[in-house]
Design a protein around this ligand. Structure first.
Ligand SMILES: *Cc1c(COP(=O)(O)O)cnc(C)c1O
Length: 386
């Protein structure tokens, strides 16, 4: 046992990760504009960010954060239930609830914290979770933490979901169906109408994660639930950090459910309240989203332009280009980078199949979209399939 350290396993695991081609490191962002990003001294057109409407760099949103910080300071200084509950939090929660057409909402320090806290508050070891196979990692973590019996249904397959509900729902106390509305790595959309009908038939709750839908779908940009006109009771969550351009997460539902969550969600109760700058930025950004539908129109215009150039149908601003192996996806990403375009290669274990993941923004110019489309067609795009 001499010369053996309890940390020896770390290097051997790192080797394994490297040999599999799964090793990753963060890039250093040196500068960011409304549609470019500077990395290693190279300024690239940014097709990697979730900043769909460009609000993360918007002057009005920055001012919203600055005003809030000047008025209240940086940190909320304690959890919400002690002395970390501010007027701005109340305003933001009221605004989110109204926007989403619900009664009440709660904001958290991140979307991840919402899912790992809310799911275990809703279900436990006498209950069952039906989860889309492609759900976001934090939905899966929350489900695991809840100790519930979990069944994954095939991606967006409501027939498979119906079968599982039929066979298993009767044996458990509570049931919840959990799904992204827009899937974060595939950009496709959950069959929410069918899911709501099944939930009604099988007496099941529904949690919809609108992280990539808010700001993008719906008449007021409130998400896919709004776009589909769904009115049945359900639980919606989302993030303040994608189209809204700030940081934080929210859950929204009827008044009783939110009151219950305030008393039972550990990641809300035992974590410091959302910082005031992030709260103020989110308030301003949601105002802009509600008042300026032209931002959303601009985003969709860019999406359709890219679809036309590539000859594919686009369902959301997330456009995956699938490759058979990691090397090809990585080499395509490198070729695009040589041409001044940042399009990340996403690889296992994040996704089952390697891919380029394009993120379209409202702030891209037509020339930038054209350049991306033409570069993709010029590299080995033909041998890949979308
Ligand atoms: C990004 C994301 C989250 C997490 O939100 P954060 O605020 O970034 O923690 C949750 N769900 C989905 C589907 C996401 O894409």
């Amino acid at each position: 046992m001499l010369n053996v350290s309890p940390y020896d396993w770390v290097n051997s695991h790192l080797d394994t990760i490297q040999r599999a081609g799964w090793y990753r490191q963060p890039r250093l962002v040196e500068d960011l504009s409304e549609n470019t990003i500077t990395i290693n001294g190279q300024t690239l057109i940014n097709f990697a960010s979730n900043n769909y409407l460009g609000l993360a760099t918007d002057t009005r949103v920055k001012q919203g954060a600055i005003r809030s910080i000047e008025r209240y300071g940086i940190g909320a200084t304690s959890s919400r239930l002690v002395v970390g509950n501010y007027e701005l939090h109340r305003q933001l929660e009221t605004k989110i609830a109204q926007w989403k057409g619900t009664e009440s909402s709660l904001v958290f320090s991140s979307g991840y914290m919402v899912n790992v806290g809310v799911i275990p508050a809703l279900v436990g070891n006498r209950d069952i979770v039906f989860s889309d196979r492609y759900n976001h990692a934090c939905l899966k973590s929350g489900t695991k933490l809840s100790g519930s019996f979990v069944l994954e249904y095939d991606h967006c397959n409501s027939l498979h979901l119906a079968q599982l509900l039929e066979n298993h729902r009767p044996h458990y106390r509570r049931s919840i169906i959990i799904t992204d509305s827009v899937f974060s790595m595939d950009g496709d959309i959950a069959p929410l109408r069918e899911i709501m009908a099944l939930a009604e038939a099988f007496n099941s709750m529904v949690l919809v994660d609108e992280a990539h839908a808010v700001g993008v779908f719906g008449a007021e940009g409130a998400g896919v639930v709004q776009a589909l006109g769904i009115r049945q009771p359900l639980i919606q969550m989302g993030t303040l950090s994608k189209a809204i351009g700030s940081l934080g997460g929210y859950v929204t539902a009827d008044r009783a459910l939110i009151a219950y969550l305030q008393n039972r969600t550990s990641t809300w109760i035992y974590s410091t309240g959302l910082s005031l700058g992030d709260t103020g930025a989110a308030l301003t950004a949601i105002d802009i989203i509600q008042q300026q539908p032209q931002l959303r129109e601009r985003l969709w215009h860019n999406c359709h332009l890219l679809g036309k150039i590539l000859g594919i149908t686009i369902t959301s601003p997330i456009v995956p280009i699938i490759y058979e192996n990691i090397d090809r996806a990585v080499s395509a990403s490198a070729k695009l980078q040589d041409q001044g375009l940042l399009v990340p290669a996403i690889r296992p274990p994040t996704v089952p199949t390697p891919r380029l993941r394009i993120s379209v923004m409202a702030t891209h110019t037509e020339t930038q979209i054209q350049k991306l489309g033409e570069s993709l067609l010029a590299i080995d795009h033909r041998s890949a399939h979308t």
